[in-house]
Design a protein around this ligand. Sequence first.
Ligand code: OAD
Ligand code: ZN
Length: 246
Amino acid sequence: SGVEQLGNMIAEASSIVPFTGAGISTECGIPDFRSPGGIWTRNRPIPFDEFVASQDARDESWRRRFAMEPTFAAARPGRGHRALASLYRAGKVPGIVTQNIDNLHQISGFEADDVIELHGNTTYARCIGCAKRYDLSWVKQHFDASGGAPDCADCGDPIKTATISFGQAMPEGAMQRATELAQHCDLFLAIGSSLVVWPAAGFPMMAKNCGARLVIINNEPTDQDDIADLVIRHDIGETLGPFVGN
Ligand code: OAD
Ligand code: ZN
């Protein structure tokens, strides 16, 4: 099944960098993007320039986000999150690189500074002009009061979940730290990602090119399976469950 091989690779490694996608959170009740029933099979993404230009797009974006709130609020870390947190507590993981926006790695026990969020975080919001931080409850209250997405109380620019939309600049600090982690680890674990969204999808190859062993855990094939040292085409919770420790 590959679990034994994975166990050996983890035992031999001294610096393991996990790289996660939406597939690690599906067992927590959060849909991924591209599987049947995934977010992008139901809704078209709203590109950043459209969000900036159109009040209708902002209203629609916030309506979608509020509709998802019960799902995000109820989600608890799954076996994958807990296994990675165990390796982190054991001192084998210097940091985790994630495309996920659900905050579950932090909730599972990672220090916020050690979670490198390439696509931001949906559990809070920011003004896209001055970066002032807003709680979602504040946005909801003002949305309900005025019947639409509110603007920044300080500068008047739009307020958006603290996530990265298509067409929006990648967070520079996160890209830099992810690069350093990928370049200096000896085992890179790509978990639950279709590996189709760039530049994020470049990190497994970067790690491999810098000498790390590469493991891909995903229940569907990816374009990068052929460069991996080990491919585990299987459920993440079942695969990582044996690595959940204390
Ligand atoms: P995707 O939905 O593209 O891929 C998730 C992968 O996880 C799929 O290949 C699934 O088959 C697999 N999967 C789901 N549940 C699984 C399970 N229990 N066990 C094993 N595999 C499972 O999600 P991402 O690769 O994370 O970005 O998507 C990348 C980016 O595209 C996201 O960060 C988001 C999205 O657009 C932005 O919006 C900028
Ligand atoms: Zn502002």
